[in-house]
Ligand binder design. Structure first.
Ligand code: ATP
Ligand code: MG
Ligand code: ZN
Length: 523
């Protein structure tokens, strides 16, 4: 790491003739001040004033220009804040001259990187980045405001340069998916695409909007049976409580949940929500009149009357829950908090063409959420895993497997290699995500085809409890975890192996269905 910052203190007056003499003395004092509290082997790495001069800006004002360089410790942008305090004290006391502002003239940072990226990139607030084998030469944009530095943005730029390269490696290797367990092979009753099968039965019907579906009475009955199965085998025995989570999510929640770092980067593709600039009827009258005459809308005209998005529609389902306990201190005996939500759809702007019922933009999901002390979370994660195994493998009687995954955007710096080595995970007791994937015979052989991710169970550690500042009464560390599985996926997986003829369905499922209602006959 090498930092090179040129900046100036703009002064509210002229410095006297003896100022350079004094400044020389003060620089020695400043050096000692900066070295205070720095570890022995870091002393050589900290900020040093390389050059300085006093420049007259006008007849009444001077500018004190400095060039500061450093290695990895106490870089110039951090030293600058201490120097401002130091010199405003000295100049004020000695010369009765105050510092009016700080002017960043240029900032070049050589960032150590693990390797040259395949795809070069630039960043906001940066004017250029040149990549060598192990160094990224970053030149920051001119006129960086001082509060940008005060708020820690420079350190985040440096971190982001490194992280983008680490993420490229992880994404490229696709190492974040590892099959850790497979069920026995099971007989499939069909090799057809489940979406086609259900359309043929009149159980589901596509709408005019993207990949949206209407679930008819038959498939809704099946969904209700699934709910009951999950309640009886999981939520009741494990004492989970039902809740209703909000489905419109403001930016603030996605800032805290960390989702915004990955927006449209391959893991978070939200629908945005806009509100009108005003609800005043006169403001909207032309839109209404236009429609009454043409019987059509002009979405662009509506766009002009909207405020920028306030956030979006619920994407991952659990983040908006956290406003419930955000900033609270909670009695120890309240833990573990075990809840679930299936109160409404969540939304994802899935890319590409239509994917059928398996990958929809409007999905109906069961979100399971658990907050407690680390031991409670480890135990419930394993309990949920066993419960879902029972539901998918025993009751629904499906062929499926478990995979250990780390989404690339949550991967920590430097953790690219080791994570994928943990093959035997008998007990789910560490931070990470376990996916349950159902074999889809219509897609091809077991070995080469893409299995359908249907349910996951995660341990998230302190990620959410910290960012939403949730505390336990005794200050003991709090963990959380969550799991999601959509009805669309459970149903697609089930129909893909069992078909639509209930006589091939397991008795343990039929027990939950009195009768499959028929829909209208469309002529
Ligand atoms: P995939 O890689 O298949 O897109 P994902 O990793 O995006 O899945 P998660 O973000 O882990 O899925 O979401 C949790 C659960 O939500 C999934 O296990 C699945 O049951 C469901 N799900 C996610 N996206 C969809 C979708 N587009 N349609 C239906 N269900 C979905
Ligand atoms: Mg996805
Ligand atoms: Zn979740």
């Amino acid at each position: 790491m090498k930092y090179n910052l040129k900046f100036s203190f703009k002064l509210r007056g002229k410095l006297p003739a003896d100022a350079p003499e004094k400044i020389k003395e003060w620089l020695a004092e400043l050096k000692q001040m900066l070295e205070k509290g720095i570890q022995e082997n870091d002393i050589k790495e900290i900020s040093v004033v390389k050059k300085w001069k006093i420049i007259p800006v006008s007849k009444k004002e001077d500018e004190f220009v400095l060039n500061v360089t450093s290695g990895r410790a106490l870089p110039p942008h951090q030293a600058l804040l201490r120097m401002r305090k130091f010199f405003s004290g000295k100049f004020g006391k000695e010369f009765r001259v105050g510092i009016s502002s700080v002017d960043i003239k240029s900032y070049k940072i050589d960032v150590d990187i693990p390797k040259k990226p395949e795809k070069e990139f630039t960043l906001p607030f940066v004017s250029s980045i040149k990549f060598d084998e192990n160094i990224a030469k970053v030149t920051l944009a001119k006129d960086i405001p001082i509060d940008f530095i005060e708020k820690g943005a420079i350190d985040r730029i440096v971190k982001l340069v490194k992280n983008k390269i680490v993420e490229e490696v992880i994404r490229g290797k696709d190492e974040h998916h590892l099959v850790i367990w497979s069920s026995v092979q099971k007989k499939a009753f069909t090799k057809e695409n489940p979406t086609d099968l259900m359309i043929k039965e009149g159980w589901i019907q596509r709408t005019n909007y993207r990949n949206q579906w209407i679930l008819g009475p038959a498939i809704t009955t099946f969904t209700e049976a699934l709910k009951k199965i999950i309640e009886d085998n999981l939520y009741k025995p494990l004492r989970f409580k039902n809740m209703i989570f909000p489905k419109v999510v403001p930016w603030d929640v996605w800032k805290k949940s960390g989702h915004l770092s990955g927006i449209y980067q391959g893991g978070f593709e939200p629908y945005f929500v806009c509100t009108p600039k005003t609800a005043d009827p006169t403001y909207w009258e032309d839109i209404a009149d236009y429609y009454r005459i043409t019987l059509d809308v002009e979405p662009e005209k509506i766009m002009e009357k909207l405020r920028p998005p306030i956030g979006g529609l619920s994407f991952a389902q659990c983040p908006p829950f956290w406003s419930y306990i955000q900033g609270k201190t909670i009695s120890d005996d309240s833990f573990p908090i075990f809840v679930y939500d299936w109160s409404g759809p969540t939304y994802r702007y899935e890319s590409g063409a239509a994917h059928g019922f398996e990958r929809v933009d409007e999905l109906h999901r069961i979100e399971t959420l658990y907050i407690g002390f680390p031991d409670q979370i480890k135990k419930v994660a394993q309990d949920l895993r066993i419960g879902f195994r029972k539901i998918i493998g025993d009751i629904l009687d499906l062929e499926y497997r478990e995979a250990w995954v780390t989404p690339w955007w949550t991967a920590q710096e430097g953790s690219t290699e080791e994570d994928s080595q943990q093959i035997e995970i008998k007990n789910f007791d560490q931070i990470g995500t376990l996916d349950m994937e159902i074999y889809m015979p219509y897609r091809g052989s077991r070995e080469t085809s893409y299995w359908l991710e249907t349910q996951n169970v995660s341990i998230l550690g302190t990620k959410y409890t910290k960012s939403f500042t949730v505390k336990s009464q005794t200050g003991k560390e709090l963990w959380s975890g969550c799991g999601g599985g959509s009805f669309e996926r459970f149903i697609s997986g089930f129909i893909a192996q069992k078909g639509t003829d209930p006589k091939n369905w397991p008795e343990k499922v039929l027990k939950y269905i009195d009768e499959i209602p028929s829909g209208p006959t469309f002529l």
